[in-house]
Design a protein around this ligand. Structure first.
Ligand code: BG6
Length: 293
């Protein structure tokens, strides 16, 4: 646990030297490094590290709304709020050196939060670093309200890539997607793997539970496994949009790609007392092993 500009961050370490950092601000994963110390998540050099705004990068919790699909601020309020540690009931999760390998956080709405979204919930987030350095996020959201409520959700994940023009995504071909660049019009993906040469902002619906992001130059790839999250959001702002974002460098779109495990097209509805679970696991594998996935 360490203090970062007045905000608590929890550091996780695998026995082989991989690491992750989770901030109590937003429950955001702000860093994930492999055992060679290479950062696998993108964070903008122009990012604001000041609450309440989420830091541009890492993995942000979008809840109870993704995008502008409802009446709340974009991507909901969970990424802007302060979460609490919820280690009380958690199993002891340390590796042999005594370093933490997992952390449990909890978010409950304050009176003010209830004014903008009048539904009582408990959101428990577990972040776990495996002994091989894979990063898992498990979200459990419970309705502790007297009435049903609905929400959308995403793990807004900024992957670090060497050059966006060299990157491709496998696992989304032939799927339908909602295009945020044309009023969420529905299209069907025609190409083989997905590659990038302009702004992309799409929600691929009902996708398989394994998606790969192949990065030629870095000679490693990401494998994203998900459960309970039917959709995948793919976003790169490209040149023009980058220039409109104050917390993002003009050229940084070349080094990032957002691929989010999400539930966007169909809202999730919880009756009183019900709980929903959504999981995402990220692995960074060397390209030579990619054909195995
Ligand atoms: C993506 C959305 O997930 O997040 C984009 O699909 C949006 O439409 C982007 O621009 C960044 O959002 P924000 O609120 O973090 O600037």
């Amino acid at each position: 646990v360490r203090d970062w500009n007045g905000v608590t961050q929890v550091v996780l370490r695998s026995p082989k030297g991989a690491s992750a950092r989770v901030s109590l601000h937003g429950g955001q994963v702000v860093s994930w490094k492999n055992d060679r110390g290479e950062e696998l998540l993108f964070t903008s050099s122009k990012a604001f590290f000041k609450p309440p705004n989420a830091t541009r990068g890492g993995i942000q919790m979008c809840f109870p709304q993704f995008g502008y699909s409802g009446t709340l601020e974009r991507h909901g309020f969970a990424r802007n709020l302060f979460w609490a540690l919820d280690d009380e009931h958690a199993p002891i999760n340390h590796n042999d050196n005594g370093s933490k390998v997992s952390v449990d956080l909890i978010l409950k709405p304050s009176e003010d939060d209830l004014k903008c979204w009048p539904h009582c919930f408990e959101f428990r987030l577990r972040v776990f670093l495996s002994k091989d350095g894979d990063l898992s996020l498990i979200s459990r959201i419970r309705n502790v309200n007297g009435k049903p409520f609905s929400f959308s959700f995403a793990y807004h994940t900024y992957l670090s890539v060497s050059d966006i023009s060299e990157v491709r995504i496998e696992g989304l071909e032939t799927l339908d997607y909602l295009d945020n660049l044309s009023h969420q019009e529905r299209f069907t993906e025609q190409g083989d793997a997905i590659t990038f040469e302009s702004e992309v902002d799409r929600v691929y619906v009902s996708s398989p539970n394994v998606v790969a992001v192949l990065d030629h130059e870095k000679k490693h790839s990401f494998v994203i496994r998900k459960e309970g999250l039917p959709d995948v959001v793919v976003w790169n702002p490209w040149e023009k949009k980058s220039r409109t974002m104050v917390d993002f460098g003009d050229e940084e779109y070349k080094q990032m790609l957002c691929v989010d495990a999400a539930a966007v097209e169909r809202a999730i509805t919880l009756k009183p007392g019900e709980e929903w679970t959504g999981k995402m696991e990220l692995s960074a594998v060397s390209s030579t092993n990619c054909s195995d996935h």
